[in-house]
Ligand binder design. Structure first.
Ligand code: PFF
Length: 525
């Protein structure tokens, strides 16, 4: 066997680089918009109990599994789920097809995530230029957002251009970094972006901590805001949906179950540490999520809107929080234009470092299995992505984004995570798996996790899968909650998803025919 790391695939430039890249993937819009809403709506401090259990029993073990099988796959010339599963099962014929949703999922999320990323960029500029300066009530701000998104049909083409321009810019930026490659593109981006995010996060934290209480309601102050966010309501833990919400948040925020971590880890050298690096990236994510976002967003909302108002915001969802409530807060805050700019710049930066990781699995697949070069891969993914994202942009109000989010952002990750952990523990074998995890490790993972990964994590995932399928899957499949006038768009959305899935399966078959899955280790190198 030739020396590890001498194959034709790229390698990360440094250990810090890969940790920052995985952290950059994890820290995203989910941390700053999704987490505060989930926590505030699901019992405040009490939410932290299922949340930390999900971190310990799902997030941390899954990340270890994905880092380990990613590095192992990369060493055998495969950086995406089909190839990794193939190698992991000792080249079982069927295994590569199980990897389809771990390719389809991330690229589908990218198609809509990049559009929202565009909103954050546009809102950063709007904050500086004072575009929504004079707006003081939620109704007007909602109207502003609807106009910006072009969802008010009467003014569609006159109002959507700024959102569309921002999308074009964001789309190009993402593919630019991907085109530059793992070290010169992704690693470099994250080495710059994460420190920026840290500095902005701390600045916003200090600004919120030093906010004066509301002039008319002195009880609406920072400390009571923290209390609103964190005081536990334990009675809520009886409710299964709170546990599901905690698990869902954990998946989304850590980027597990997507294929992104596997792809990133495939560019490690054979003896690079995964145990401690994975834990470091996860901890970085939790710092941004719990410490920074948990202290900034809801307490600020509480100071300006009080308990009732904040409750309503938490019920209103992540987009309302980010694009309606937060701009209103900045409009009333001293130095608000600049603080608002920083906030949206933070969202934008966090968004880009996440979205590039959503493209990389597909790039790895095309490069490794079809032997395309980077340019060809980027052009084809870019062209398909451009068409699909345009479809989403122009059918936003008809529910295309929600539909894609259900499949790619909710269902597939749990399914993918189950497959990854089951193949690792049951097919590859937990003993061999831990030997692989221990290779080059700077941290000895407690053996207790052998038990967790073999039994607890897969059981919990299966339970989530079944409960979700029953609770959400059936109404979604039968379009129970979709208004009749939106049904055509939802069906077209599903057909698009199915078409991309068929293309992926066809590509796997083509790769197999060319013998890409039956190469010996020497031939791969
Ligand atoms: N973790 C990102 C967030 O919290 O916004 C979202 C995400 C990025 C999920 C990349 C999955 C992924 F592969």
């Amino acid at each position: 066997m030739s020396e590890p790391g001498l194959n034709s695939r790229e390698n990360w430039g440094s250990r810090l680089g890969v940790i920052l890249a995985v952290s950059g993937s994890a820290v995203g819009l989910g941390n700053f918009l999704r987490f505060p809403v989930q926590a505030a709506a699901n019992g405040g401090g009490a939410f932290m109990i299922p949340y930390f259990l999900a971190f310990l029993l799902l997030g941390i073990p899954l990340a270890w599994v994905e880092w380990t099988i990613g590095r192992y796959g990369g060493h055998h010339g495969h950086g995406s789920a089909p190839g990794i599963y193939h190698i992991l099962t000792g080249r079982k014929k069927w295994a590569k097809y199980l990897g389809v949703t771990a390719l389809l999922g991330p690229i589908t999320i990218f198609f809509y995530y990049c559009y929202i990323e565009g909103w954050t960029l546009a809102y950063a500029i709007f904050s500086l230029t004072g575009k929504f300066n004079g707006i003081t009530n939620p109704e007007q701000m909602t109207g502003f957002l609807a106009g910006f998104q072009g969802v008010e049909s009467n003014s569609f083409f006159s109002s959507i251009w700024s959102a569309y321009t921002a999308f074009l810019f964001v789309f190009l930026i993402n593919f630019y970094f991907i085109y530059r490659g793992v070290t010169k593109g992704i690693e470099k981006l994250n080495k710059i972006a994460l420190p920026i995010m840290f500095v902005i996060g701390i600045t916003l934290l200090i600004r919120v901590m030093t906010l004066d209480p509301h002039p008319d309601h002195p009880g609406q102050n920072f400390l009571n805001g923290l209390g609103f966010m964190w005081n536990p309501d334990f009675s809520i833990l009886k409710d299964a949906s709170v546990w599901l919400a905690a698990a869902g948040q954990m998946f989304f925020t850590l980027s597990v179950g997507m294929g992104s971590i596997m792809a990133y880890a495939s560019y490690l050298r054979a003896k690079d540490d995964v145990a401690l690096s994975s834990l470091t990236a996860n901890s970085t994510n939790e710092f941004f999520e719990v410490v920074l976002a948990g202290t900034i967003v809801i307490p600020a909302t509480f100071i300006f809107f009080g308990a009732m108002g904040t409750q309503a915001v938490a019920q209103g969802g992540s987009f309302n929080l980010g694009f309606i409530t937060m701009p209103l807060i900045f409009n009333q805050m001293g130095g608000g234009a600049f603080i608002g700019f920083l906030w949206f710049l933070l969202l934008f930066t966090a968004g880009v470092t996440s979205s590039v990781s959503l493209i990389q699995p597909m790039v790895a697949f095309l490069e490794d299995e079809l032997k395309w070069d980077r340019k060809q891969s980027v052009l084809v993914i870019g062209a398909v992505g451009f068409c699909v994202t345009n479809f989403i942009i122009f059918t936003l109000a008809k529910g295309s984004m929600d539909e894609l989010d259900f499949w790619a952002g909710t269902l597939f990750p749990v399914f993918n995570a189950f497959l990854a952990v089951a193949l690792f523990a049951w097919f590859f074998g937990i003993k061999k798996g831990f030997r692989e995890l221990d290779k080059g490790a700077d941290l000895k993972v407690p053996r207790f996790f052998k038990f967790v990964i073999t039994f607890v994590t897969p059981t919990a995932l299966l339970a989530i899968l079944v409960t979700w399928s029953i609770q959400q899957g059936i109404p979604v499949l039968t379009l129970a909650n979709v208004p009749p006038e939106n049904r055509v768009v939802v069906w077209i959305t599903r057909l698009i998803l199915l078409a991309v899935l068929i293309v992926i399966v066809t590509a796997i078959i083509a790769a197999r025919r060319r013998g890409r899955f039956s190469l010996t280790e020497e031939e791969i190198r």
